[in-house]
Design a protein around this ligand. Sequence first.
Ligand code: FES
Length: 158
Amino acid sequence: MNQSMDNEIDSIFQKHQRNQREALIPILQDIQEQYGYISEEAVQKVGLFLAIPTSKIYGVATFYDQFHFQPKGKFHITVCRGTTCHLEESDNLLEEVSKYLKISQSEVSRDGMFSLETTTCMGACGRAPVISVNGNYYEQMTIDTFKELIESFKQRAL
Ligand code: FES
């Protein structure tokens, strides 16, 4: 962890009391908001600050399903698996997306370009199936339109 990251986490801690275990989730949320993920070093620091073993922190954080423990890709892809998207074959889409990018859920491609996760309803059911890339929605997705999208991102990244 570099010095500035260390200081920034210390400033997040200043909003909370040492050893106050109820602060775990708000602190993790703040760290994730700041960095996009929660590094191993950050988890260790939180553990020391709140006197909670790191294994327990991972256990709690995993339960909440909203935390990331590795950096996201440059293009972070979320595939909706809500009911309507499911009826519109989002599971097949996810499988094809995963094959095309050669990553599974919660993974980042080797070149750091793409990461993949799923979510429940994104609120755009009328245009299912839906994915988002870095928070922008792409609707009525097929694997072909997905591949075109990915190729355009690759071009953009050159
Ligand atoms: S179920 Fe996918 S947007 Fe609602």
